[in-house]
Design a protein around this ligand. Structure first.
Ligand code: FES
Ligand code: FES
Length: 184
């Protein structure tokens, strides 16, 4: 009689699956355990530790990333499901020169974070609707972030940040198009 399987041990035969995907505009090719979670692939295989893991069962929203530009909870997906898809994580938000995304700047200005643990998930979710947020009511914004638990802020700062990000973006666009004294 064969011994019972050890919890957490790889499946018999040590099968691996190939994952080809694009993460933050970089092509990724990996052979992984078929049971590896997508959140663990990002954090442990790719070193993208900006994706946080809280509950690991789809409740807190900390692990939210963009999957073909839709927000998904990476703790509820297998790494193998990323094959052929395009993923973005919080590491992609800031510009290459380090300038923060307007949403990130808004979270700083409006005190939308304290410990920051929930923030990457909040940001990757809010990318969907921050440009519409100035026309949304507070209850509508609260509903849109309803799947994201924050233990620190009481949410008021998060709502204010999401509401103000589009204005920061517009400010920057204005700065970029203003004529300089030399050119004017
Ligand atoms: S860690 Fe994924 S939803 Fe909580
Ligand atoms: S800022 Fe601490 S959990 Fe949200």
């Amino acid at each position: 009689m064969s011994p019972p399987p050890t919890p957490g041990a790889p499946p018999p035969g040590g099968d691996r699956v190939t994952v080809d995907c694009v993460v933050n505009d970089r092509a990724v090719h990996l052979d992984v355990d078929p049971r590896l979670l997508l959140s663990d692939l990002l954090r442990h295989e790719l070193g993208l530790t900006g994706t946080h893991v809280g509950c690991e069962h789809g409740v807190c929203g900390c692990c939210t990333i963009r999957f073909d530009d839709e927000p998904v909870r990476s703790c509820l997906m297998l790494a193998a499901q990323a094959d052929g898809h395009r993923l973005t994580t919080v590491e992609s938000l800031a510009a290459p020169d380090g300038r923060l995304h307007p949403l990130q700047e808004a979270f700083g200005r409006e005190h939308g974070l304290q410990c920051g643990f929930c923030t990457p998930g909040q940001l990757m979710n809010a990318l969907d609707f921050y440009r519409r947020a100035p026309e949304m009511t507070d209850p509508e914004i609260r509903e849109a972030i309803g799947g994201h638990l924050c233990r620190c802020t009481g949410y008021a700062g998060i709502v204010a940040a999401i509401r103000s990000a589009a204005a920061i973006e517009a400010e920057r666009a204005g700065e970029a198009t203003e004529p300089t004294e030399a050119s004017g």
